[in-house]
Design a protein around this ligand. Structure first.
Ligand code: SF4
Length: 495
């Protein structure tokens, strides 16, 4: 049985990338997707636009299941197949739509009244089921089980004449989370929902323009960051923009007074070297660690050093913030590398009966015994979802004979589902839901000497430079910033 042992963290987000005006558009999209691999590892795809010998625009796609390096494993794909100076690409986990279906791999293309149109989507539409049912009732035939296809149908059915107007009309009908890149016969278009749940940024590479999920995709190309796509904004790049340098901008609706950025992007999901929601992720993640230490320190009764370690790699930055603040509080402490993570896991073979045993965690982690032995150890992690991995990890660490193990979590207990593109298991599988958020009971289950989470107020305090009120925290609080369909099940779409 092949399982993905990386999936103990929240999954199901995606990465999008689009570039306009570069002769190496497909190769640059490949590098961009490579930098965004953390946002989706199940499948990926690139679509390019070139001009045929008869002068007509031609859209060409290459997609497949697996990592970017697996799907694009032959340089001839870039030299002979994906030619043209405009491209969009997508890395995916499944959101709505079966992860098994090849048809659901984005970007999607249609050819309609006004020409070709391709789309790549990060997020999740909360009213997709209602719109889809209406469209099917009116005779629409869907090719995929993904919510993203709804957007293409709405655009293609518009009676308006301009493509930007059609896209604006379609976007005004959809609700929920979307950061989109779209490619038409002569434009690259970016659009972001009014809440700004997911990031979307604009950059420049020589004369070409890029629209993508995170700025780390600029860095791999040495591209320059220009600005973020505003929540509720549509931006258009075309030949005129290449000449004038003035990006065309349209509003989906008036700017909301407040946004609802996904706080999980700062806690765990985005790369620490990215700049999103107006701030460096690294800075916000360190602040989460600092606030965690300030409110939930670990003291050592003797004068021996407290050893702070991270669960690599996602909580490295948070652990750094935690140790810095703990030291400021006067605690004799040191940041150490106590866990080594294997970076070569991929999809690993595990015997069915072994899934819940230590092998899953041992494939991924090992302890540095000399660091842990006889020490008071603080292990900093960003979140606990099911708790099975944390429990196995603690068991593994016990084998190194530490004096005590204290777990500190830089988010609140996850108790509710996300309807905006992050995939948590069902409520019944969430450890915090199962233990009614009773931290003492969770600590006993995990086998740690102490456990502390950030409260929701503490999380918001940590990100307050970006505006406390500008964050969604629904998976911790149950306070959804938009109307959601609580009966929604993604299986509804699966074929
Ligand atoms: S519910 Fe949680 S994961 Fe989903 S957008 Fe809100 S904060 Fe992010």
């Amino acid at each position: 049985m092949q399982i993905n042992v990386n999936r103990e963290k929240p999954t199901c987000n995606c990465g999008v990338f689009g570039i306009f005006g570069s002769k190496n558009a497909s190769l640059e999209t490949y590098y961009g997707l490579h930098a965004l691999q953390h946002r989706g590892q199940e499948a990926c795809g690139i679509i390019t636009k070139s001009i045929s010998s008869k002068g007509n625009p031609v859209f060409t796609a290459h997609k497949g299941e697996g990592l970017v390096t697996e799907v694009f494993d032959d340089h001839e794909i870039f030299q002979k197949k994906l030619v043209g100076n405009v491209a969009i690409g997508h890395n995916r986990y499944s959101t709505t739509g079966s992860s098994e279906s090849l048809k659901n791999i984005q970007p999607f293309i249609v050819n309609y009244r006004l020409g070709n149109l391709a789309v790549a989507h990060n997020g999740n539409l909360t009213n997709a089921r209602v719109i889809r049912d209406e469209l099917v009732h009116e005779g629409a035939i869907f090719q995929t089980t993904s919510d993203t296809e709804v957007i293409l149908h709405l655009i293609a059915r518009s009676r308006l004449d301009g493509q930007v107007e059609q896209i604006k009309e379609a976007i005004e009908k959809i609700e929920g989370a979307f950061s989109l890149v779209l490619m038409t016969d002569n434009k690259l278009i970016g659009a972001r929902d009014v809440n700004g749940f997911r990031p979307l940024v604009i950059g420049k590479l020589n004369d070409a323009y890029i629209i993508t999920s995170e700025t780390c995709a600029f860095d791999i190309l040495s591209a320059e960051f220009i600005r973020e796509v505003e929540p509720g904004e549509i931006v258009v790049i075309d030949d005129e923009v290449l000449e004038t340098g003035n990006i065309k901008s349209y509003r989906i609706s008036d700017l909301y007074e407040k946004q609802n950025h996904c706080i999980f992007e700062y806690i765990y999901f985005s790369r620490p070297d990215s700049f999103i929601f107006g701030h460096n992720v690294d800075k916000m993640r360190r602040r989460l660690g600092k606030v965690l230490a300030k409110n939930h320190p670990v003291f050592n009764e003797s004068d021996e050093k407290v050893i702070v370690i991270s669960v690599p790699d996602s909580s490295n930055t948070t652990a750094l913030g935690y140790q810095t603040e703990l030291e400021k509080l006067g605690v004799n402490c040191k940041l150490e590398i106590g866990l080594i993570r294997s970076h070569y896991i991929g999809r690993t073979f595990i015997q069915p009966g072994q899934i819940n045993r230590e092998i899953g965690v041992k494939i991924k982690f090992n302890t540095v015994k000399g660091v842990l032995e006889g020490r008071t150890v603080v292990i900093v992690d960003d979140s606990i979802v099911r708790g099975t991995t944390s429990k196995q990890l603690v068991k593994l660490m016990r084998e190194a004979n530490p004096k005590s193990i204290h777990l500190r979590i830089s988010s609140s207990p996850i108790t509710h589902p996300c309807f905006y593109g992050m995939d948590f298991p069902s409520k019944g599988e969430l450890i915090a839901y199962n233990f009614n958020s009773n931290v003492k009971d969770i600590a006993d289950y995990l086998g740690v000497d102490s456990l502390e989470y950030l409260t929701i107020d503490e999380m918001l305090e940590a990100v307050s430079e970006a505006g406390k009120e500008n964050f969604c925290h629904a998976c911790f609080s149950g306070e959804y910033p938009t109307k959601v369909d609580h009966n929604f099940k993604k299986e509804i779409y699966e074929i």
